[in-house]
Ligand binder design. Structure first.
Ligand SMILES: NC(=O)c1ccc[n+]([C@@H]2O[C@H](COP(=O)([O-])OP(=O)(O)OC[C@H]3O[C@@H](n4cnc5c(N)ncnc54)[C@H](OP(=O)(O)O)[C@@H]3O)[C@@H](O)[C@H]2O)c1
Length: 424
């Protein structure tokens, strides 16, 4: 590889802008780290007229993907556009043209990662995607490098910082005695005002974003193909300020977690759902617009990391880490040949866990009707109290099989009468 790496950057939005800024600011450092210099030849955008603080040389801007991908001088294509198409096709074209590719795109890597990783390997080029999961945290690198000699048993992550921000705001509202019932809507509005949530927040708040990241994490942690549809997904839209209040009273934290684990029978179970965690859990302290990952493996035992999971500069840090890796090691590593085990996955119904239950009924008689079948499951109740809609009572269950538990509570479950949150 020559002394200069020539780059095409697809996208100059939040992440693309951050990468351009950091490339400029740290040019001397990158040279010292790799012995190479980096030249941005093309920056692909949709709108050539839009003012862009990160662009110092407007001649580099193009709206023509062919020009950005097929320039024979370009060695590395950085896909920082987002969305499934045309991003996936452009990544495929770049790999086929013999370019290394870096992407921050979890959707593409979750849906088509296996195909693209194989293609990169066949082409003898690198495809790196550290920024696609947990922003600045080097978790994918750790799984493929320093931790690769461990049998990983469990990966637990706060991988969506938007929902973590919303949950933190709901917690604050509880502290400030704001009306708990409207805490979710107020927190979502604040996340949108602060640029943490998009106008259509469904990918974050419905758990899709975390599901994509879980597919990527689980594949690298367990070397097993994990189809997206095998990953259970539940978002945070049904949570109320009352759930956050009770989490505090029970000395727990409430987080949207990504959990992947190898079960004793060898199957892999991956899931995304709101989860109550004890204060001793390393992820308890990961609050606000941050991400965190907590891993268990048979050598290192356990480890956690947390930091900025999104944002221009934090995400650019991961992208530039990938760029340095390509500058140092342009040949694909053996690990990128995905001889993935075709292992079995287990549905969430196979798991055994404890549950938090919050019952709301108009009066004591109705509450008793809800409570009795749950007491038969061993649920232990806190004293009831009056709330705007009537009477509320909370319980924790002993460990129960998810499948059997869901069948037993189905007749009691309506949106207003029964809230169920899993415990870690
Ligand atoms: N934002 C974060 O904190 C973060 C964190 C981790 C990972 N990521 C991932 O990074 C990627 C980029 O996210 P972002 O937040 O930077 O997005 P963004 O701010 O919306 O920027 C997207 C950029 O791509 C360009 N673009 C989009 N579609 C295009 C098309 N069809 N043709 C040409 N240009 C196109 C846009 O051009 P115009 O400017 O002309 O519209 C814009 O410059 C996504 O995969 C995202 O999931 C983001």
């Amino acid at each position: 590889m020559s002394k200069t790496l020539r780059l095409s950057i697809l996208g100059a939005g939040t992440v693309g802008g951050g990468v351009l800024a950091l490339l400029r600011e740290n040019a001397d450092l990158l040279q010292a780290q790799t012995g190479k210099s980096f030249e941005v030849r093309h920056v692909l955008v949709r709108d050539l007229q839009k003012p862009r603080a990160a662009i110092t040389d407007p001649k580099r801007l193009t709206a023509d993907p062919q020009r950005a991908i097929f320039d024979p001088k370009v060695n590395v294509v950085l896909e920082l556009m987002g969305g499934l198409e045309p991003a996936r096709t452009l990544i495929r074209d770049a790999l086929q043209a013999g370019k290394h590719v870096i992407t921050a795109n979890k959707l593409v890597m979750a849906v088509s990662g296996d195909e693209l990783i194989r293609l990169a390997h066949r082409q003898g080029v690198r495809l790196l995607y550290e920024a696609s999961v947990a922003g600045s945290l080097p978790i994918l690198n750790a799984l493929q490098g320093a931790l690769a000699g461990n049998r990983i048993s469990r990966v637990v992550g706060i991988v969506n910082s938007t929902t973590n921000f919303i949950l933190r705001e709901m917690e604050r509202a509880v502290d400030s005695d704001a009306p708990a019932e409207s805490a979710y809507d107020a927190a979502l509005r604040k996340a949108q005002e602060n640029g943490y949530a998009e106008a259509d927040p469904s990918s974050d708040v419905e758990g899709y974003d975390a599901q994509y990241k879980t597919a990527i994490l689980a594949r690298l942690a367990f070397l097993q193909y994990v189809p997206l549809e095998s990953i259970y997904r539940e978002g945070i839209t049904h949570l109320s300020g009352r759930d956050l209040l009770w989490a505090q009273r029970l000395h727990m934290g409430l987080k949207l977690l990504s959990i992947s684990e190898r079960l004793p029978d060898g199957r892999l179970c991956a899931r995304v759902h709101p989860t109550l965690i004890p204060r001793e859990c390393p992820l308890y302290v990961v609050r606000g617009a941050f991400s965190g990952v907590w891993l268990q493996g048979n050598g290192f035992q356990e480890m956690s990391m947390h930091g900025f999971g999104a944002g221009a500069r934090a995400t650019a840090s991961a992208v530039i880490g990938d760029l340095i890796e390509i500058a140092r090691h342009p040949k694909p590593l053996k690990m990128e040949d995905p001889s993935l085990r075709a292992g079995e996955t287990a549905p969430i119904e196979s798991l055994t866990m404890r549950y938090f239950l919050r019952l709301v009924a108009p009066d004591e008689d109705a509450l008793r009707t809800l409570r009795e079948p749950l007491q038969q499951l061993g649920a232990e109740f806190q004293p009831s109290e009056s709330v705007a809609q009537g009477i509320e009572q909370v319980a924790l269950t002993p460990p129960l099989n998810e499948g059997e538990f869901q069948t037993r509570i189905a007749p009691l479950r309506t949106e207003t009468t029964l809230q169920v949150i899993r415990l870690l």
